[in-house]
Structures are given as C-alpha cells and as structure tokens.
Design a protein around this ligand. Structure first.
Ligand code: AGP
Length: 358
C-alpha cells in the first residue's frame, strides 16, 4: 500500500511523521527571537479568567496536560470528560470552554460544547480537521495541523495537540510572561521536532516490547505533566495490544492498585527532570520494585536508570515538552507489542476513528 510509504502500518508511519507534523504546527506561528506567538485565527480572543477543557480519550489526556499549562499562568482550569460534562454542566462563570477533538466530529465533545454555548460560554475548538463540525460551531478554532491520521490510534495528533496547547497558553499569557520566559519556551518548542526525531532514531522500544511480552498486565505511572502521558501510554497499549494496562498518577498506585502488582506486571515509570516530583516518583518506583515488579524507566536521567530493569531514554531539557518525547517511546512500545501479537493495529477490534454516537 503506497499510502503507508513503506511502513507496515499507518500507525507506524504516523508515529514517524511527528517531527514534520510538529514543524507544521509551529510554522509561521512562533517568533522565538522576539518571543511572540501569532495565532491569527484567534484574533479577538481575550485572556479568559477560567477555562474548562472538554474532550474524550486521547484528546482528554491532552486536556489534562493543558490544565497544568493554564495553571502555570495562574488561570484556573479544569479538564472534563466530554460525556460527563454534557450530562451535568458545572458552573461556568465566564469560563472559556475549549473542546479538544482531533476529528472535530466526536459526538460527546460536540454535545459538551453545545451545552456550554447554550449557557452563553465562549467556545474554542482545538482540532485537526478544517471545517469540521466543532470548528464550525465554536466561536474560535485553533488548528493543530498534524495532517490526516488514518490509524484509529491517535499518535501524531496527540503530540500536535500538546504543542498547540503550548501555543495557545503562550498566546493568551499577555504580560504574565516576561519576554525572556516566553523566548525560552518558544525556543524549546522550536527544538522539539529535532528531539522527537532523535527519540525515533534511537528508540529501544522494540527490544523492550519483546522482553516484556506475555505479562499479566502493564502499569504506567507518572506525576505532574507526566501523569497525562502515563494515562495515554496505557490507553494506547490497551487499544492496540488488547492486553490489560492501566495508567496512574504515580502517588496513587499505593492507594489500592498496588495489590495487583507482582513480578509479572511490568511498570513503565515516567520520570523526567531532577526536581522534587521526580524524586517522589522514584519513591513510588521502589514500592513496586519491592513487590518484584520489573520497572521500565522512561527517562532523561542516567541516575534513574540505576533503579530500573530497563530504560527508554529521551533527550533531557525542558520539563514542559518532556511528555511529548516520553509519549513517542510509549507509542512505540504499544506498537511493537501489538505487532508481535499480530493485532489489527490500524483498525483495532470494536473501535472507530471518530465516535459519532453518544
Ligand atoms: C485514541 O487513540 C482513540 N482513538 C480515541 O481515544 C480518540 O482520541 C477519541 O475518540 C477522541 O477523538 P477526537 O479527538 O477525534 O475527538
């Protein structure tokens, strides 16, 4: 199939398209020397006093990441599963309601946005599809520009959502950020496609996948900005391997699920940076190791590799974009496990690319 450009599956092709997708997302929008973000499609959108982010599945994980970026600006933000939001809309105040949806056609997300609009909220769609229903119905649309995604599993579009949320937050930051701070963030974004390429070129995910086939279950843990990617790592894994996997905030595992941890449940521990959150996650790594679980560190730090049975490396640098790099490794692990098990990777059973029923 020429559409796969020589890759066995669209998913693998789309994983490898990420550097290009991210360059497209940034193109013409970022002036890192002047510290400016231009998003012409958002002209007139004022900095909101509060934000609700609504989404499903992978896009919901992007929303959880976005919440933390808004918090870094001092803007109260909450992420909601769109199906729950539409069922009982929380008090809106004058929140901006942001719907994150790759397809722009997900019924639950459209309903949530419609409910918010009916209550007078301003709405913004963060979407990949120009002219999609979400883009048409919302007051504003921010396009993530990832290009078409054929695989049912969202891969490059998740990375593009994370980068788009960074652009959105910097755009709305106004004078809350000094121009130096903003220049540093924009430089980090500018460097990101090259770093993603480095992860793709050097990944040991195929070897790690082979090593841990046939386990009883797989756990993914991360803290702070790495928590959404722990959830996303597990979702991708379940979706295409059909194996049991769960993602957790690193500190939460001991509040129940630790009872399931054995020598046959590998734990992927996402630990980036050397700060306090990373140290705490290391404490959680020891908890699972003492129950005999193999630990695969997904990390930018050599020190952490000492505590792990295996590791997947990402280039060190900004904590803010580390989740994008980590997630590429987790996408590849899911892909190689599914491939070894002979799964229907591009069209997993029971799933559709865009879910148009509530
Ligand atoms: C991700 O791999 C899934 N296919 C799924 O969770 C998806 O992200 C969800 O259905 C939301 O889709 P959307 O972004 O098009 O709204």
């Amino acid at each position: 199939d020429t559409g796969k450009s020589g890759y066995d599956h669209y998913m693998l092709k789309e994983i490898h398209e990420q550097p290009r997708a991210l360059r497209q997302c940034l193109s013409g929008r970022v002036d890192e020397r002047r510290g400016e973000v231009t998003l012409s499609e958002l002209e007139g959108l004022e900095t909101p006093s509060a934000v609700h982010l609504v989404a499903c599945g992978t896009s919901y994980h992007a929303a959880l990441y976005g919440v933390q970026l808004f918090h870094s600006l001092g803007i109260p933000a909450q992420a909601f599963l769109a199906s729950e939001y539409a069922t009982g809309v929380p008090p809106l105040g004058d929140s901006l309601v942001v719907g994150i949806t790759q397809s722009g056609e997900t019924a639950d997300t459209l309903s949530a946005l419609r409910e918010a609009r009916a209550r007078g909220a301003r709405t913004l769609a963060v979407t990949n599809v120009v002219g999609s229903t979400a883009a048409r119905e919302c007051d504003y649309a921010l396009y993530i520009r990832a290009g078409p995604e054929i695989g049912v599993a969202a891969t490059k579009t998740f990375s593009s959502q994370l980068v788009s949320l960074n652009l959105l937050v910097e755009y709305l930051a106004g004078d809350q950020r000094s121009s130096e701070e903003r220049r540093a963030v924009l430089q980090t974004l500018r460097d990101l496609p090259g770093r993603v390429q480095q992860v793709l070129d050097e990944s040991m995910a195929e070897e790690v996948a082979a090593e841990y086939l046939g386990a009883d279950g797989y756990f993914f843990i991360g803290r702070g900005l790495n928590y959404p990617v722990a959830l996303e790592g597990a979702l991708k894994f379940k979706e295409i391997t059909y194996e049991h996997a769960e993602g957790f905030a690193a500190g939460e595992l001991k509040h129940g699920t630790l009872a399931l941890v054995t020598e046959n449940t590998p734990v992927f521990a996402v630990v980036t940076g050397e700060d306090a959150p990373a140290k705490k996650t290391l404490g959680n790594v020891r908890e699972v190791e003492s129950r005999g679980a193999p630990v695969i560190a997904v990390t930018d730090d050599d020190q952490i590799e000492r505590y792990a049975d295996a590791s997947l490396r990402v280039p060190s640098g900004s904590a803010r974009v580390a989740p994008v790099l980590v997630n590429v490794q987790l996408q590849l692990v899911a892909y190689w496990v599914a491939n070894a098990l002979g799964r229907s990777i591009d069209k997993p059973r029971n799933l559709a690319k865009s879910v148009t029923v509530e």
